[in-house]
Design a protein around this ligand. Structure first.
Ligand code: CMP
Length: 136
């Protein structure tokens, strides 16, 4: 089934020059880009994006970081795109969970600076794509 998912190359990935590497892995997997934009986000968008984490102790830091500089937002499309991209990304903790060969496993060390975001379910993808691109 063709799906769409929101992928973010977070500010750490943009600063480190890893946008091309992320796109390359997405394309090599067979997924395609349906939209892409380099932008620095407003706090209100970041807070809405991460609403499910609003009671976590790291919420403030997370919003500070994601708004700290330009990021690349993409709509990625393809068969089972949501789980396909999450596999490419690897687990949230780049050392304990992400395995070598994944984006986080290969390029990140800290959970806050874990390079990429991908929607975690069809419901999240719909909500996030509406927030970032105005439509699914
Ligand atoms: P992401 O997939 O974008 O979704 C939630 C984010 O919260 C996650 O990636 C991490 O970057 C971030 N996160 C999770 N745990 C922590 C933590 N302990 N400290 C800072 N950020 C965190």
């Amino acid at each position: 089934m063709t799906e769409r998912t929101l992928v973010l190359v977070k500010p750490d990935g943009v600063k480190r020059g890893l946008v091309g590497e992320v796109i390359s892995r997405i394309e090599r997997k067979g997924l395609s880009l349906a939209a892409m934009d380099l932008r620095t986000v407003e706090r209100s968008v970041a807070e809405e994006h991460y609403a499910e984490h609003k009671d976590k102790p790291f919420f403030g830091e997370l919003v500070d970081f994601i708004t700290s500089g330009p990021l690349v937002a993409m709509t990625v499309e393809g068969p089972r795109a949501i789980s396909a991209f999450r596999q490419l990304a690897g687990g949230t903790d780049p050392v304990e969970k992400a395995t070598p060969g994944t984006l986080r496993g290969d390029y990140a060390l800290e959970v806050q600076f874990n390079l990429v975001h991908g929607s975690d379910s069809p419901e999240s993808a719909e909500r996030e794509l509406k927030l970032w691109f105005g439509s699914l």
